[in-house]
Ligand binder design. Structure first.
Ligand code: PEP
Ligand code: MN
Length: 351
């Protein structure tokens, strides 16, 4: 074969490549349109029956020289790329994503503007035990110039025989103390049916790690006009965490604070493993403020300060930690709560 002939065939091949490129991109645009319709109708993007029909009809028309199996393989790859494109378009559409809203979400809770670039602190006991216990911590929180007071009234405990919290009585104590000290209440709600009552008592609804994928609870919290602090699940990936936040915002409530609180790994030196890199990832992928709970992630009093420093250095919008007037006799998380002196030192070191 002369070089001239080879060049001619190569030019033809180049043209076919271009035609192929045009055709697969034309196909991709059709797939995108189908994806939009499916999304509007809440249909699954992947339809195995339809895919089988397409493959059968392609093979029927195949006259070679490619084998059926080769043709099937090539088309499966094209289908897969189309499906990924539909999924990318869908991901782009997430309401919590930065792609959707490039500006940071800033949440104002009694003048604390979380997400404004300054660190904010949520401090208080693990569980509400009594008026006195909460009031002693609240006084110190106020003295430190802080606003956000935490305390668990509904406690999701590993054992059903452990202290389960004071329930509604606990929320009433928190509200009373917070009003006396001019503070805002952050407290966990575990039951979707309690959300409506809770909004009367709390300033921030906390959704705990164990309930990160309690979709009914997420939807209930998304349906009220109250900021939500959403904690990362014990073994949740970042993508699952982001999707949990999407459940809330999809119901209309966009005031969501994400909270990294450590994940389950094989490491036993800490209660959980603080996934510190989740902070910048969440900040990049979403427009929501991101806080770090140093108490439940480490489970160790000696690690509260260094992990809080790390969280601030890496760009967290705030820190959550537990403070108890007498941790040794606390009804929950006695090993990792700070006492008042330690709390004062903690705040001094972070400023
Ligand atoms: C809490 O903050 O009180 C709590 C129970 O934390 P987590 O849901 O992260 O375990
Ligand atoms: Mn706790």
């Amino acid at each position: 074969m002369s070089n001239e002939e080879l060049d001619k065939l190569r030019r033809e091949l180049d043209e076919v490549n271009e035609d192929l490129l045009d055709v697969i991109n034309k196909r991709a645009k059709l797939v995108q349109q189908i994806g939009q319709i499916k999304q509007r109708q809440g249909m699954n993007r992947y339809d195995p029956v339809r895919e089988r029909d397409m493959l059968d009809s392609i093979k029927e028309k195949n006259t070679g020289p490619f084998e059926h199996s080769t043709v099937e393989h090539i088309f499966k790859e094209i289908f897969k790329a189309g499906l990924e494109l539909m999924e990318d378009d869908h991901r782009k559409a997430l309401l919590v994503s930065r792609k959707r809203k490039p500006e940071d979400t800033i949440i104002d809770i009694k003048g604390e503007t979380i997400g404004d670039g300054n660190p904010h602190f949520i401090m208080g006991p693990c569980s509400v035990e009594s008026y006195d216990q909460v009031a002693r911590v609240a006084k110190e929180v106020k003295d430190q110039g802080l606003t956000l007071l935490r305390g668990g009234a509904f406690k999701p405990r590993t054992s059903p025989y452990d202290f389960q919290g004071l329930g509604l009585e606990g929320l009433k104590i928190l509200r009373r103390v917070a009003d006396e000290y001019d503070l805002a209440v952050v407290s966990e709600i575990v039951n979707p049916a309690d959300i409506e009552t809770a909004v009367e008592y709390v300033d921030v609804i906390q959704i705990g790690a164990r309930n990160m994928q309690n979709f009914e609870l997420l939807k209930a919290a998304g349906s009220v006009n109250k900021p939500v602090l959403l904690k990362r699940g014990l073994a949740a990936t970042i993508s699952e965490f982001i999707n949990a936040a999407e459940y809330i915002i999809s119901k209309g409530n966009g005031d969501i604070i994400l909270c990294e609180r450590g994940i389950r790994t094989y490491e036993k030196a800490t209660r959980n493993t603080l996934d510190i890199s989740a902070v910048p990832i969440l900040k990049q992928e979403t427009h929501l403020p991101v806080m770090v709970d140093v108490t439940h992630s480490t489970g160790r009093r000696d690690l509260l300060l260094p992990t809080a420093k790390a969280a601030m250095a890496i760009g967290a919008d705030g820190i959550m930690a537990e403070v108890h007037p007498d941790p040794a006799v606390a009804l929950s998380d006695s090993a990792q709560q700070m006492d008042i002196e330690m709390f004062k030192n903690f705040m001094q070191e972070l400023r």
